[in-house]
Write a protein that binds this ligand. Structure first.
Ligand code: M6R
Length: 366
């Protein structure tokens, strides 16, 4: 049932071109030139007039929520707050019937996310769900929603569910942005075409597997890792660090690259591997300076760059080249090598990647 792969996690990483495509199916209609999302149709007016959106989720789904914050603010100009479901529900949050709450959950059974939904519902907010498991508790508790079509995810470490969530949230942000007039016809069209090319780009990123395994070999015994990214790649840095810690038990932290100088830079010495996600986008130049800062302190740089980058390869110890895409879609591609890196490090350390210690696939306790 692992389809010839050694672990479910690897199988699921490799399924992503397909699961991303499945999550777009019926929603991204390139020939007809429009986007559909059944679940929001009845709430279109609500989204058009939304004064803010609150996103609640946990773990990897929370990282997808952070990507959605960038997307919805960027494309639809709606203020977004992304909340850990567990904090949100216990702190007397301000919620009104004008709020839209988006709950993101692969399993649809996460207790904290479910409780956050119940709280928001009791205050009259509209609840929109993004779930993978059909008929799950969260899917049933929401007013409306859109399923991700990632298929069953068995590995405890979430991989294809994340990219499916980001795909659905991207389409949602594009629809809402277009309806609100903040995303022009031309830009919408460009993004649609680019989104359509993402499965092929992810496929290409997966060809890096052997190269990444060799990098994993170099770093498998280190005690710490730092992950840095800016803009759309900041949530990707967090996700890369989470993947590594949960399956390899190596301590890893994700940071927005610019925050480094406010503390974490003190950690950098010749023993510290620093994964920098440095694709060609609006923060590229700034990330290059951040790489210089790490290098000046002898940190060991592993950089995820856009194909054809000729600057960073001169600075980094290892370079992982991913296909170019639009800045707003980059997490769908840049997360893939980080999933592979954590997978290979964990395997080389002899860890049980599909069932890491102390973790369950769905966390149904508070
Ligand atoms: O099923 P959910 O998406 O609600 O689960 C949320 C988290 O428990 C989950 O993403 C967790 O962080 C994963 N193990 C990460 O790989």
């Amino acid at each position: 049932e692992k389809g010839g792969y050694e672990h479910f996690m690897l199988k699921e990483i490799f399924e992503q071109p397909r699961s991303i495509l499945d999550s777009m199916r019926g929603r991204l209609e390139l020939v007809a030139g429009h986007l559909n999302m059944g679940g929001i149709r009845a709430y279109e007016r609500k989204f058009m007039n939304a004064e803010r959106i609150i996103i609640v989720a946990c773990g990897t789904s929370w990282h997808a929520g952070l990507v959605a914050e960038y997307l919805l603010e960027d494309l639809a100009r709606i203020p977004v707050e992304v909340e850990y479901a567990s904090e949100f529900r216990y702190r007397n949050p301000v919620i009104t019937e004008r709020d839209i709450v988006i709950a993101i959950s692969q399993s649809g059974e996460t207790a904290d996310t479910l409780a956050a939904i119940e709280l928001a519902k009791s205050k009259g907010a509209t609840i929109f769900g993004i779930c993978n498991v059909v008929g799950s508790s969260i899917a049933r508790a929401t007013d409306a929603g859109a399923y991700t079509h990632a298929g069953p995810e068995i590995g405890v470490a979430s991989t294809k569910a994340f990219t499916a969530q980001v795909t659905v949230l991207t389409i949602l942000a594009m629809i809402v942005g277009h309806k609100r007039g903040t995303l022009s016809d031309t830009r919408l069209r460009e993004l649609m075409v680019e989104l359509g090319s993402i499965p092929a780009k992810v496929e290409k990123a997966l060809l890096l597997n052997d190269e990444i395994e060799a990098i994993a070999q170099t770093f498998k015994d280190v005690p710490n890792f730092l992950y840095l990214g800016r803009g759309y790649n900041f949530p990707v840095a967090l996700e890369g660090a989470l993947k590594l810690k949960e399956i390899s038990y190596i301590h890893a932290e994700g940071y927005p690259a610019a925050e480094m100088k406010h503390g974490p830079i003190a950690l950098i010495d010749e023993n510290m591997p620093v994964v920098v996600i440095a694709t060609k986008d609006s923060s590229y130049e700034k990330v290059v300076s951040n790489i210089q800062e790490v290098k000046a302190r002898k940190g060991r740089i592993i950089a995820v760059v856009t194909e054809g980058d000729d600057v960073i390869p001169q600075m980094a110890e290892f370079v992982i080249e991913v296909p170019a895409t639009s800045e707003v879609l980059v997490p769908l591609v840049s997360v893939v090598p980080l999933q592979l890196l954590s997978y290979h490090i964990a395997v080389l350390r002899g860890c049980n990647v599909d069932q890491p210690r102390n973790l369950a696939k769905s966390v149904t306790v508070e």
